[in-house]
Write a protein that binds this ligand. Sequence first.
Ligand SMILES: C[S@@+](CC[C@H](N)C(=O)[O-])C[C@H]1O[C@@H](n2cnc3c(N)ncnc32)[C@H](O)[C@@H]1O
Length: 314
Amino acid sequence: MSPVHIASEFDPAADFILWQGDCLDLLAHIPDGFVQLVVTSPPYNLGKAYERRLDLDTYLDQQRRVIEESVRVLDEHGSICWQVGNYVRNGEIIPLDIVLFPIFTSLGLHLRNRIVWHFGHGLHASKRFSGRYEVILWFTKSDQYVFNLDAVRVPQKYPRKKHFKGPKRGQLSGNPLGKNPGDVWEIPNVKANHVEKTIHPCQFPVELIERLVLALTNEGDWVLDPFIGVGTTAIAALMHGRRAIGAEIMPEYVAVARERIRLAEEGKLRIRPMERPVYDPNNRGYVPPKVVTLGGPKQPLLIKDPLSSNSSGA
Ligand SMILES: C[S@@+](CC[C@H](N)C(=O)[O-])C[C@H]1O[C@@H](n2cnc3c(N)ncnc32)[C@H](O)[C@@H]1O
């Protein structure tokens, strides 16, 4: 595959613009309406190595400035997905999607889904139930927006179920391309034994962003991640023929992002495939780790029937 053109400054001829520095400085260079999708996981104000813990109002003011700029650079038919968990203060949780929601609506955005990302592992709480989900707020800028449902359908629970009476008797009752994935997504988070794990303490899994990229953009579109970390959003975008733009303040994460792209160019970057079931005690339909191919011809989505050896392209 041809090498990925990575630019470190704003350059619309690049495949990937990777800005080392504050996202507001990058955003200032991006023209209005330039990107089709903004998808990010911002700092949660938890005092991680890359953030200074702020009082909640100051944090929300900072987020507002990034969100305002993200909306400015978003195409009229585009989407913005903000993936967040909880801010914790004196043992009390403040769900960030709840406190960020008014910022988005005050900017005229329309909420399409509040997606619950559920995962099986995390910190064990002793004074409350252990947290096992985070949220993605998906907003659009207008009522006319890209939504490629067929690109992200998942296997039907009973793929061979047929109508048993009426004019469609004997025909498949479900969509043979698969079903709508719904708004609760069961996807493992990136912990120590995950194939994608890097030095970053809270990277998101490629498959989480792949689904958003495939559903909410078309080939050639720009995908922006203002807090790009180790480049997960760029990997999801580039492997499906989109272009990526993002900022990261920590030089060591920028270096890892570049290295991941280099490995992908060499066909050596392994990711957990979207098609792999989360828990499969019989190992039926096992899907091994996948090697990333960037920007190549699109693979048909494999809809696997877990009960048979047949599978069909969709
Ligand atoms: C939750 S992490 C995102 C991780 C990313 N989703 C990934 O998979 O690698 C948030 C990232 O934002 C970066 N960051 C914090 N403030 C920033 C700013 N003002 N501009 C750009 N990046 C920033 C942090 O260093 C951190 O890597």
